[in-house]
Design a protein around this ligand. Structure first.
Ligand code: FAD
Ligand code: EPU
Length: 343
């Protein structure tokens, strides 16, 4: 049976750096150990945690936190002339997977560089950045269905992926993801589909970028505008980019001619929440130690001693203001974790 510790601070286990405590904490090294652990703590609320880079704790967690410390690395399943099929342990740090693929000259995930978190969490919100998302390369993932105890191999089509969404996110706590299968493309040239990335490469005279060029460019751009959680607590984008009707967008465009938009199919468009929040005057706002990052308005930050509740209050003020100004309801991307007994 796994060693379970009591009354543990989660400060080092969430990138907002919030000093909340968990009643119980277990480190999970092997997927086989999960069900016996859950059966032993049958009536205790459970939270899976990777690196805590997409959660906001509002208070102490009165339950069992299971930290993903899965062992193992990358293995090749098969390769043909065009592609390579690999499996990745869910315990790997996601950026290490990206770095390894780039070193091998395997194309497919270079634009997902420097996204914090575990590989096992990546399917939870279908991580994405700079024109790509995990679902572009994931072929399957292995997850334990905690309701039945069964170990499932879910094909990509069964994972219900959407923009920052999946089957796993729709039922948090039900599935524990422990292994991914990815298809990557040795030597293939990347296609650049993101304006900021395109501009970066063009400014440096790179017309036909290699995998390594995109990898370095993404790292540079990210370092220039996203705060480093080791210095300033944050969880990346706090809100999702909203998808609205084209008609609503056309109305807003009359008032805000420079409002950017990206097609989202079916007479719908995605608008950048960072732009909406920035234009509403929140960028750089600070109250106590809770604030809006001065270089990226979509990122809420903890300058040191803010509580989860204070950050949440700030998020709610921003949501109310964005609704008043634009008639758009923002939805948090970050998972809000309340006291387990109140859930
Ligand atoms: P955690 O925060 O530990 O967990 C997140 C959620 O997943 C929780 O609900 C948890 O219960 C659940 N969970 C954790 N492990 C498992 C598991 N094994 N099985 C099932 N459920 C599980 N995200 C992007 O998509 N794109 C970005 O560009 C991006 N940039 C970021 C930049 C910064 C500076 C930061 C701090 C965050 C950024 N993020 C981004 C968000 C974050 O990196 C991702 O959501 C990441 O996948 C979270 O991984 P984690 O292991 O830290 O998850
Ligand atoms: N913008 C502003 N002001 C700001 C921030 C953004 O005007 O303060 C404008 C930018 O000028 C640009 C647009 O908004 O026109 C988009 O900005 P950016 O390229 O920075 O991307 P984003 O939409 O804010 C999304 C993801 C990020 C991902 C980047 C790059 C979401 C919720 N966020 O941010 O993901 O890294 O694109 O692809 O989709 C995360 O999920 O945690 C995350 C960081």
């Amino acid at each position: 049976m796994i060693n379970v510790k009591e009354n543990i601070s989660l400060k080092a286990h969430n990138t907002f750096g919030l000093d909340v405590r968990a009643r119980l904490v277990a480190l999970l090294h092997q997927p086989e150990d999960l069900m016996p652990l859950l059966e032993h703590y049958r009536d205790v609320p459970v939270l899976f945690l990777g690196e805590g880079s997409n959660v906001l704790f509002l208070e102490d967690f009165d339950g069992l936190v299971i930290l993903n410390r899965l062992e193992g690395g990358i293995e090749i399943l098969d390769r043909n002339r065009e592609s390579i099929h690999i499996t990745v342990s869910g315990g790997m740090h996601w950026h290490d997977v990206v770095r390894y693929a780039v070193e091998q000259d395997w194309q497919g995930i270079e634009s997902l560089a420097l996204i914090p978190g575990k590989a096992g969490t990546a399917p939870f919100q279908n991580i994405g950045a700079y024109g790509n998302e995990l679902a572009d390369v994931l072929t399957a993932c292995y997850a334990i269905d905690t309701r039945t105890g069964r170990n499932l191999r879910l094909r990509k089509e069964e994972c219900g992926f959407g923009y920052r969404n999946s089957l796993f996110k729709r039922e948090p706590g039900r599935y524990f993801i422990h292994r991914l299968e990815l298809r990557l493309y040795p030597g293939r040239r990347p296609q650049v589909r993101y304006r900021a990335l395109e501009n970066y490469l063009t400014e440096r005279g790179i017309k036909h970028p290699a995998i390594q060029d995109v990898f370095r460019a993404v790292i540079d751009i990210r370092l220039s505008k996203l705060p480093d959680p080791a210095v300033t607590g944050n969880a990346g984008s706090f809100f999702k980019n909203p998808v609205i009707d084209r008609r609503h967008y056309e109305e807003l465009k009359q008032r805000y001619p420079d409002l950017p938009a990206y097609p989202a199919g079916n007479e719908r468009v995605k608008v950048p929440a960072g732009w909406l929040i920035d234009r509403a005057g929140w960028k750089g706002f600070r109250e106590g130690d809770a604030g809006v990052h001065p270089k990226q308005a979509l990122v809420l930050v903890n300058y040191g001693q803010a509580t989860g509740f204070q950050i949440y209050k700030l998020a709610q003020r921003i949501m109310a203001d964005v609704f008043d100004r634009y008639g758009i309801e923002l939805e948090p991307e970050v998972r809000i974790i309340r006291n387990a007994t109140k859930q």
